[in-house]
Design a protein around this ligand. Sequence first.
Ligand code: GLU
Ligand code: MG
Length: 445
Amino acid sequence: MNTSLTTDQSTQTEIAHNIFTFIATCDFSARTKGRAMASKVFTDTSSVGWVPANLGIGPLGHIVDDLPYGASGDLRLLADASSRATITGIPGQADLDYCFGNIVNTDGSPWESCSRTFLNNTVRTLRDKYGITFTAAFEHEFVERATTRYPHPFSFSNFMSAEPVSSTLFKVLEDAGVEPECWLPEYAQHQYELTMKPAEPVVAADRALLLRDITTNVYRAFDREVTFTPVTHPEKGGSGVHIHYGLYAENGDSLAFDADRPGRVSKLAGVFNAGIIKYAPELTAIFAPLTVSYLRLKPDNWSTARAFCGLQNRESLVRVCPTNEIGGKDPAQQLHFEFRGADAGANPWLLLGVILRAGLAGLDEGLDPVDIVEGELDLEDDHSELAKLPETLSEALDVFEASETVRSWFAPAFSDTYLKVKRDEVEQLRGKSFEEQCDIYAAVY
Ligand code: GLU
Ligand code: MG
C-alpha cells in the first residue's frame, strides 16, 4: 500500500460545491470561453466583462493581426439564466454551475458579432415572418486517443472498452440537462457517437458545447483522452457533427411532410432546403472551418460528396431522414432533415445560424423546391452536375469573401474578423503535412 498517498488523501479538505457559476460564450475557434463568478451572488441579470478582440483568437490560441477589434473597447457577457445548469458527478471535480451568455455592449444592446445573438435573431425572423419553428439536435462523433485494444466497427467490444467512462459520462450529461439519447460505438477506429434529443435551436446549440466540454472532462477524469477533431489521421475515417432539424408550425404540426411530393418533403421544406443547397459553397468556410475538414468532405466517406439533398443518403449535404413506422407510427411528425457537412471546428450557434439563415434566404428568394436525389450517387453520369463544395479552407474563404449575400447577413467586422482568423490559421499550418495538421487539431479539439 502506498502510505504517502493515503496520508495525502486523508488530509485533503473536501471539495466545496457550487462555488462558481461559469458564464460561457464560444468564439470563431469553437472553443468555449468565459469567466466564473461566485454562485452565491449570481442573479438572472448577472454579467461579466468581455473583450471584443477575444473574437480574433483562432484555434492555435493567439490574437491575429490587423483585426477590426483592437486593444480598446469593452463588452459584457450577459447571462441567459434560462440556460443555467449544474455540472455534477465528474470524478474528482467540484460541482459547477454553468450558464451561457449573450455578448452585449456595456449599455445592454446586442453586440454586432455575437454568434448566439445571430442564431436567436434568425430563429425569431423565421417564426415572425413565416410562422416556422424548429427543432434541432446535434450528433457528435469523436475518437478516443492512444487506445491499444483492437477495435471492430459498431462492436459490443468497443462499447465495453469505453466503460466505465461511458456510463459516468451519460449520467453527467443527463444530470446537466443535456438530454443525451444514444451512445454508440462507431465505424472508425476507437470512434464513438453521442446523440441528443431534439430541442429548440439555441438550446440544441448550447447543448452541443456542453456535450463537447463535458465529454472531454469526464474522459480526463479517468486519465483518458478524446478528440472531436474531424480527422485524426489522413488515412482514417472522419468525425462529423451532424445537425438534425425539423420544421413545425407554432401549434406543433409538422411543416416538412407531404405524402404526395417527392421524398414526402413538403414544398415549404423543399424551398427552405433549396436555400441551404444554394448557399452551401459560400458557407463551407463556416461549417468546415479547419484545414483538415476537407480530408473528410469527399465521396465514399459517408460525409458529404457534393451539395445536394438526398433521400436517406449518407453522402448528401442535406439528408431526408428515415421515419420509424413500426407498429403504424405516424411519419408526418417525424420527417426531418440532417445537415451532414459540419464538424467540431465550427461554433454551434454560428453553424446552426447559417443553416437556418440560408433556408430563410431560400424562402425570401422564392426558390424552387430542391431536387431530391434518390438511390446511390452516380458522379460519373446522372449526378455529375451536382454542385461541388470548395476543396480547401483557403478556397472556401475566398468563396465566402466573394459572396455579398452571405456577408450581408453579418456585420462587416464579423466577416472581416472571421476571414482574418481563418486565413491566419491557414498561414500558420502552411508547409506542415496533413498528418502534422491532424495532430495539431486533435490536441485542440
Ligand atoms: N463518420 C461520418 C462523418 O464523417 C458519418 C458516419 C455516419 O454516422 O453516417 O460524417
Ligand atoms: Mg455516425
